[in-house]
Design a protein around this ligand. Structure first.
Ligand SMILES: O=c1ccn([C@@H]2O[C@H](COP(=O)(O)O)[C@@H](O)[C@H]2O)c(=O)[nH]1
Length: 235
């Protein structure tokens, strides 16, 4: 089960990130480098964590025109992350061009292409916000299911969504499509700015492939103890 846990390293410095990877690497499967750490430290952080024995999910959520996203994806391939992502709402062409560019670059380098995952609806967003602010008329789970289908048709490997929407994603995309679920909160953790939260146990019960957990572990007084507590709930 621990292989399914991805820790969000939302910290400012390489030093803080490496302290967390050292404390947590025996308890989890991978580490996520997002906008905060990447923009504070630069692309080299991916290799630094990989060299320290950690698998890296590079969570930069590309959302741009097809050419820009595809060229950025080519740069990502050489960094050594096992997974990276784009926003599904960037459209099918953007996703398809990005997937094709990453595969081509990986082939050229003779390395496996990283998994490419589409962000459906951010887990911080509620159905009310989606409908009232973004003008989406279908229900949130239906919207996630429809975006997931577009990701699959564009050649992506999976999606990011709340574990609440897994039944809709499985219905639209089948069992082999990768589902990465942030917004994971054990009962003892604060919800913070997340809206569609799910416990680790329920996320696994629903069939999540990966659970992204940040603050419940990284802000804990003892991150390794918090990870052990979380694992005790699911193993
Ligand atoms: O829909 C999404 C997409 C990405 N995230 C990222 O996951 C982590 C969650 O951190 P917590 O501290 O466990 O809330 C964070 O890095 C987000 O950028 C997400 O939460 N929701």
């Amino acid at each position: 089960m621990r292989e399914k846990i991805i820790v969000a390293l939302d910290v400012d410095t390489q030093q803080e990130a490496l302290a967390l990877t050292t404390a947590l690497r025996d308890h989890v499967g991978a580490f996520k480098v997002g906008l905060q750490l990447y923009n504070n430290t630069g692309p080299g952080i991916v290799k630094t964590i990989a060299d320290a024995g950690g698998k890296v999910f590079l969570d930069l959520k590309f959302h741009d025109i097809p050419n820009t996203a595809a060229r950025a994806a080519e740069a990502v391939v050489g960094l050594g992350a096992f997974m990276f992502n784009v926003h599904a709402s960037g459209g099918k062409k953007m996703m398809a061009d990005t997937a094709a560019a990453a595969k081509k670059r990986a082939e050229k380098l003779g390395i496996p292409a990283p998994l490419l995952i589409g962000v459906t609806v951010l887990t911080s967003m509620s159905e009310e916000e989606l409908q009232d602010e973004l003008g989406v008329t279908r229900s949130l789970p239906e919207h996630v299911g429809a975006l997931a289908r577009q990701c699959q048709q564009a050649g992506l490997d999976g999606v990011v969504a709340s574990a609440r929407e897994i039944p809709w994603i499985r219905k639209a995309c089948g069992e082999d499509f990768v589902i990465v679920t942030p917004g994971i909160r054990p009962a003892w953790a604060a919800g913070d700015d997340q809206s569609r939260i799910v416990t680790p146990k329920d996320a696994l019960k629903q069939g999540a492939d990966y659970l992204v957990v940040g603050r419940p572990l990284t802000k804990a007084e003892d991150p390794a103890e918090a990870a052990k507590r979380l694992l005790a709930e699911i193993e």
